[in-house]
Write a protein that binds this ligand. Sequence first.
Ligand code: ADP
Ligand code: MG
Length: 285
Amino acid sequence: MNWMVQAKNLIYDYLVEKNEEEEPVRFRALDDLTLDVKKGDFIAILGRNGSGKSTFAKQINGLLKPSSGTILVNGMDTAQEKNLLPIRQKAGMVFQNPDNQIIATIVEEDVGFGPENLGVPTDEIWKRVEKSLSQVGMLHYRKHSPNRLSGGQKQRVAIAGVMAMKPDCIILDEPTAMLDPSGRKDVLDTVLELKEKEQVTVILITHYMDEVVGADEIFVMDHGRIAMQGTPREIFAQVDRLKELGLDVPQVTELAYELRRDDWDLPECVLTSEELREELIRLWQ
Ligand code: ADP
Ligand code: MG
């Protein structure tokens, strides 16, 4: 089977309590969302605040269940209770705040926590801890206290904790939002290396456009729906539409777009500074 995630006509309503007397009000956070993720792909989900990205992420590992519609993870329906444990092992989550996801007082114990909960034998746990810490470049810190690490290092430990559960898919919900630029880069490079070397499917939710330029596919959410879907080049060619949806484009894309509007002979979408450099050299030759 080729699909890691298959979401079909997904609807999710939060029930919001106003006060004791009144019935809770329904708030529709996912509104007929259909989206498939191919195994081994790196997909990115963009969308303004409140567009439903985190709600969708929580559907993937069964933290929230559909109000209607279905979501299958590796062919398993999240609506069935018996599937939840295997789904959570297959699809690991990394959240925005590294401090909320580190539990133990020593890095290696933290990374071992997930497999321990899965009932993995002790010697196998230690093997996995070592392997996943080295995969994220943090083996050297195995005996350290997580408190003393930088935000980027903490996120890499959190990613190692997910990898130690041998997932097929890793879902990162704004993992770099609280990091400085160098921490952001380390975390993103780590994730992309895992994708290449371990063939994990990566679902990245982010506000940073430069992080998604290398994605296989981008989905833009708006009001709980998929508003745009395509390759980075297809998506970032539509600068005006992205702006309507409350999003930026990569800086270099924006610059090329402005120049093109001033009648410079540039392609419809320039994604990297290297591409722009080549185009400018061509124009000036
Ligand atoms: P995003 O991650 O794209 O910012 P969310 O999925 O967090 O969006 O939220 C989607 C919508 O659902 C927002 O309007 C948000 O206010 C609402 N929402 C999120 N969590 C809850 C909740 N626990 N109860 C009620 N409404 C919620
Ligand atoms: Mg969110």
